[in-house]
Write a protein that binds this ligand. Structure first.
Ligand SMILES: Nc1ncnc2c1ncn2[C@@H]1O[C@H](COP(=O)(O)OP(=O)(O)OP(=O)(O)O)[C@@H](O)[C@H]1O
Length: 711
């Protein structure tokens, strides 16, 4: 029979399970930072916690930036007792009758956002929602609010159907999958060999409830959760041989990955356990549990994010060891997550030859006790000696490719000049008015997002629908207007990208924008923010002041944000002056030398109107702090897919600039006429572009972040 393939599993959106609190005064504030899920709706996340399909990717400014001091002060005035935890404050749940409270402090308030979650009832909401609840309780002189006062948010027929479909799908997969102990020994061994987990025992697989879904030979990892520990979802992992000794693993989840909030392994954690090893994969958690005998849980989407809604489940641990993988990206993620989890209880396993990822360490017979013991405390001192830096420096020397950052799949020339996209950098991007800046930077950012770089867009000039339309066209690489029957297919794939949009439009205050960015970094582990464009933060009132001083100040603020948040910021800036006959230069953008110093990378979209090729642009890198290489390369624009590509091979070669950029471009222009005839002939035989990832070259279909490849 046709079975649940990853594609099939993702065809249906998961519905929101929302509930509304009936209060005397209407709740009017939307949950902090997210597009309103209706007015004042609470989410009772019974497992399939999901946001509205059309709203999940929007990020608003935090309602009123809440500080931990404000939260504590408020709770004190309401005489609510609380414990000061690592990431959350713990209070008695107001949704459970006092006599029935199993755990006296089961309501968790996130110290950064004020979001709350009651672990007993799974009611969650914003800080403002919680305040409203407390006010109602006080007014009505009640000592708790029954979850029964929460009214189900009326689901549309479609949403209801989706939810039912999903529940059936979870049950169907689970009931037709087989425990390993029920498999004939040789079959079990064959499967283990396929997944390179021959050292994981049947007993371990049984303890964690891992099964085999025979029709697709997929491992099934269950998600048990909620007060009744019921089955909330499943993750399927399938293995595919590449012909060499490498295996590619594909993952699919029900509900789909952006509403799959499972810390795999959590049901096995005892109430008194004080130590946990946090891993980036279910198989790693099995390995840690078996080899180290320690509680271990796995993040639901690998090391790509640690959703704050999971933090309450990690509050009980006095020590958290983060062992997220074996490369620089997982190492960087572990440093960032330790800030969310509370630095003083976290220690990090530094990837290295003697410290591979857990499942590989098990395979190679490594000493887990030793690896975990030698993990590095996350709390760092501000003054360090070379002795402490020694391993970091060594790591950078042996992993030069990874240190250079994430590579573009569609822009090999950018890889050659910039080497990659790195965290914590500031890129300034400019070009003449209407030259295609937004269109180009949209594709550049989309490319990275498809490689797993969590992305936040601040598009102040064009609205999010138009921007998303451009990106979707670039993603599908075709004019979807003419292929509407393919819309759902591409939209479903596109929805899986970790791509978020700020809901701002028009002039904005820089502080509000920075607060929102900070908020999104915390909520969604954003790695790349694009601001299009800086002019929308200049403000009208500043016109009397020196415009370039204001611009410098704003660039400085984004620089600081990029460094402090380990997040790459790309800033689109209109040029200062434009003269038809001259190319732009770094000096065309900045008000002062100070500002040009702040940027790590400066990119210029050069537009030279050539009779033979009017759409031709060039991208010039005039600054590259990472390794100093600068250069320029031509770009052809494909109007139907809104994408850019290097002209056909052999026409223009990448030139590193030793001297004036103008000279090179001039040269390119002269060649234009001679080569246009060749191009026409070549166009007829042009082959589709490939997306290169790792060592394999895959066809035009892009890679999606939910498909995690390792091995
Ligand atoms: N290389 C190109 N050749 C021709 N048209 C292009 C090219 N790149 C983009 N366009 C088209 O030009 C229009 C303007 O593009 P876009 O909004 O990206 O420019 P921009 O530089 O961001 O504009 P602005 O200066 O107003 O911010 C769009 O319709 C886009 O599809």
């Amino acid at each position: 029979p046709r079975v649940a393939t990853p594609r099939l599993l993702h065809q249906r959106p998961s519905p929101p399970l929302c509930a509304r609190l009936l209060t005397r005064r209407p709740l009017h504030r939307p949950p902090c930072g997210l597009e309103p899920r209706g007015e004042g709706y609470f989410l009772a996340h019974g497992g399939t916690r999901a946001f509205k399909k059309d709203a999940k990717s929007s990020v608003e400014a935090p309602v009123s930036p809440t500080t931990i001091t404000d939260i504590k002060q408020y709770l004190r005035t309401k005489e609510i007792p609380f414990h000061d935890g690592y990431s959350c404050l713990h209070t008695p749940s107001i949704f459970v009758e006092p006599s029935a409270r199993r755990d006296s402090f089961s309501l968790f308030v996130d110290k950064t956002t004020g979001q709350f979650l009651c672990k007993d009832t799974l009611v969650e909401g914003s800080w403002e929602d919680l305040q409203d609840c407390l006010e109602v309780m006080q007014k009505e002189e009640q000592d708790f609010l029954s979850p029964r006062v929460l009214l189900g948010y009326p689901e549309s027929v479609e949403e209801q159907e989706d939810r039912e479909w999903e529940l059936r799908e979870v049950q169907r997969i689970w009931s037709s999958s087989v425990p390993f102990s029920d498999l004939p020994e040789d079959e079990a061994q064959l499967i283990k060999t396929m997944f390179q987990i021959t050292k994981i025992s049947n007993a371990t697989l049984k303890r964690f409830g891992v099964r085999l879904f025979k029709p697709t030979k997929s491992l099934v990892f269950p998600w048990f959760g909620g007060p009744d520990s019921s089955l909330k979802g499943v993750k399927l992992l399938s293995a595919q041989s590449t012909g060499t000794d490498k295996v590619i693993y594909n993952e699919a989840t029900v509900p789909k990955c952006n509403s799959y909030y499972n810390l795999f392994g959590l049901p096995l954690v005892g109430r008194m356990d004080a130590e946990v090893v946090l891993t980036g994969h279910e198989l790693d958690t099995l390995a840690v549990s078996q080899a180290a005998g320690l509680p271990s849980v796995a993040l639901p989407r690998g090391f790509s994010c640690l959703p704050p809604i999971l933090l309450p489940y990690l509050e009980q641990f006095k020590r958290v060891t983060l062992w997220l993988g074996d490369d620089i990206r997982s190492w960087e993620a572990s440093k960032i997550y330790s800030r969310k989890l509370g630095l003083r209880r976290c220690s990090l396993v530094r990837p290295g030859e003697s410290r591979p990822r857990p499942v590989e360490a098990l395979d190679r017979g490594k000493n887990f006790g030793h690896i975990i013991k030698s993990s590095i405390p996350a709390a760092h001192k501000s003054i360090v000696s070379f002795k402490q830096l020694r391993e970091d420096v060594y790591g950078e020397l042996v992993n030069t490719e990874q240190v250079a950052g994430v590579k573009w799949g569609r822009f090999q020339e950018l890889n050659r000049i910039l080497k990659g996209h790195r965290k914590g950098e500031l890129t300034v991007f400019t070009g003449p008015t209407g030259s295609g800046k937004t269109t180009f930077i949209s594709e550049v950012a989309l490319d990275l997002c498809m490689q797993g770089v969590n992305t936040l867009w601040g598009s102040f000039e064009i609205n999010n629908v138009r921007l998303a339309k451009i990106m979707l066209t670039q993603f599908a690489m075709q004019r979807l207007e003419e292929n509407l029957e393919q819309y759902d297919f591409w939209a479903d794939k596109f929805e899986e990208l970790a791509l978020y949009f700020m809901t701002f439009h028009g002039q904005q205050n820089i502080k509000t924008v920075l607060d929102t960015m900070q908020h999104a970094v915390y909520l969604y582990d954003i790695n790349h923010v694009i601001i299009d464009n800086l002019q929308f933060m200049m403000g009208q009132e500043n016109l009397s002041v020196d415009k370039f001083a204001v611009q410098d100040h704003i660039i400085g603020a984004f620089r600081k944000f990029a460094t402090n948040s380990s997040c790459h910021v790309t800033l689109v800036i209109h040029p200062r002056k434009e003269e038809d006959d001259r190319e732009l230069q770094t000096a065309s953008i900045f008000g002062s030398a100070k500002a040009s110093q702040e940027a790590d990378n400066v990119l210029i979209l050069q537009e030279k109107k050539l009779v033979t090729c009017p759409g031709r642009r060039s991208l010039q890198v005039t600054k590259n702090r990472f390794d100093g290489d600068v250069g320029i390369f031509p770009l052809d624009f494909h109007k139907s897919s809104l994408t850019f590509a290097a002209p056909i091979k052999g026409r223009h070669k990448l030139r590193k600039l030793a001297g004036k950029p103008e000279d090179d471009e001039e040269e390119a222009g002269e060649k234009e006429v001679k080569e246009v005839k060749k191009e026409k002939a070549a166009k007829a035989t042009k082959t589709p572009r490939s997306v290169k990832k790792g060592n394999e070259t895959t066809p035009q279909t892009p890679q999606f972040p939910c498909v995690i490849s390792f091995g």
